[in-house]
Design a protein. Sequence first.
Length: 195
Amino acid sequence: MTEYGLRPSYVRFDYASSYAPHSQTLPTVQWIPTSITGDMGSYVNWVGTPVDAEAMIDAYILVAKAMLPTTTNYSLATIFNYDSTAGIFIPVATKTLAVAGTQTPSSPNKAFSFTLNLRTVGGHTLKNVYLDYIIGEIELNKLAPVNFSAAMNAVVGVLTLSAWGWSGRDNTKPQAAISGTFDLNDALQKQYRMT
């Protein structure tokens, strides 16, 4: 395993807001080709039990959709596994999604992002980013976990659950939330020709 990288495996979630397509990348433990209940292989979770990859992805999408407006849709989940022979990540399993966000659209959200910052057991930060996010906090104040919404806490709950195989880039288990941060994303402003 590589410290502070995406190896050995990760999941990329493709989604689209009203303004552009985006993606989220979440590291995982080592992917295994054998499926349990779904069609996307499996992982050995943080307590040493095999867990179905598709079930893990579905559990994340179930809570992540509440972070996004109804005008945003998750369209695809792709598992990538590192091929040490080729020295590259290879897509090994995909699942088509048609999952809309559940937040009522409001402004401002264009070019705003929200990052859930989690600490791993190894002391590294795992960042879970949502683009074109309905901010609701005009001052862009940092949120302490005690001030997280139910939707934020649900995402943290899934990512830190030992029964799943989500990981930090330091190859250790996500342990707890440390903050939530808002940002007016410079790259998105340029992409949307707002500046």
